[in-house]
Write a protein that binds this ligand. Sequence first.
Ligand code: ADP
Ligand code: MG
Length: 372
Amino acid sequence: MNSFSELGISNAYVKALKELNIIKPSEIQIAVIPKLLETKTDLIGLAQTGTGKTAAFGLPILHTIDPAKPVVQGLIIAPTRELVQQIKKQLFKFTKYLDVKIFAEGVYGGEQIGKQVSALKRPTHIVVATPGRLLDLIEREAVNIGNVKTLVLDEADEMLSMGFKEELNKILQYNKTKRNTWLFSATMPDEIKNIIQTYMSADAIRIQVNKNSMVNENISHHFVKTKIADKTNVIARILKKRKNERGVIFCRTKAGTQNLVKQLQDKGFTVGALEGDMKQKERDKVMRAFKNEKLQVLVSTDVSARGIDVNNLAFVLHHQLPDHINYYTHRSGRTARGGKKGQSIALIIPGEMQKVIDTQKALGIVFREIVM
Ligand code: ADP
Ligand code: MG
């Protein structure tokens, strides 16, 4: 299978994909798309970060929509606001050449709910949402998910760890139609079995590509030995060396994120912060500046570890390795997207080598030391 047409995607989409330079389907797309187009089925799709999972569920869900019916037929739930915006935008781009438009709306916390309520009064076929805001809108009767035929849970395991389980349960009570549920992620911790048992049919199709490692093989892994007091200087040196490259630095805390941004700005770097305590307006502003290449570096907590897709990020820096191994996968997965290569670099202080070794073992990867 060498083309999206052969997978069953209709011409108007193929034309739009071509404009986005999406020409050759990725492994997960080849495995998933025909199944979702041909059969009404529940499906679990597992594939490494940056391998095109959005299109793998986005194109099939668009194919299920009857544009003549002005009701919500598809629902995509994702853990963060930025990810909701990104998925909605991606769907919008896919539909550019459709004769009869399909409308997708994105709803998430932090933005005035009134604005979203009025947006939802227009014909809407697909809703992309974070769980909390969606539940709020359902309870206000601003959105009716009673006719939803397809539900996608993107990064479902993250929604669980963010404590959205109750919201998800409540949301799904409002949908009594016989629906199909599609679940996508790059990691599948044990807790997810619960979601699968609760929300999905026992004969859901499971598709997992590259079982050897859930880490994208286009990422190379590195560590730099340093001390806490030297971290900012080490980062500055790395950024200077990579003046023409862009990347994300992950910090563990919101305060640490803001701190590092100030220090790096004082040193003359164009960096911006993204963390959960910021107002949505500021979050949007920083993401826009970063996507428009006005910032070299985004300094972020794990809010942006999931799903965020920014073109051509050459590196990810871990100010400290994350506590949870899955987060290493998602953080480093912000680089090496869409078939490109990237580096993941962790700052290691004395006593942390064991963590590097554990990460290697758990993920089946090899770290190499960079000596500064
Ligand atoms: P995932 O959800 O698997 O992490 P995304 O769906 O965000 O990955 O896709 C990562 C990037 O790759 C996006 O910029 C997307 O436009 C691009 N992309 C998706 N499918 C293809 C393809 N078949 N060929 C080239 N690029 C692709
Ligand atoms: Mg994704």
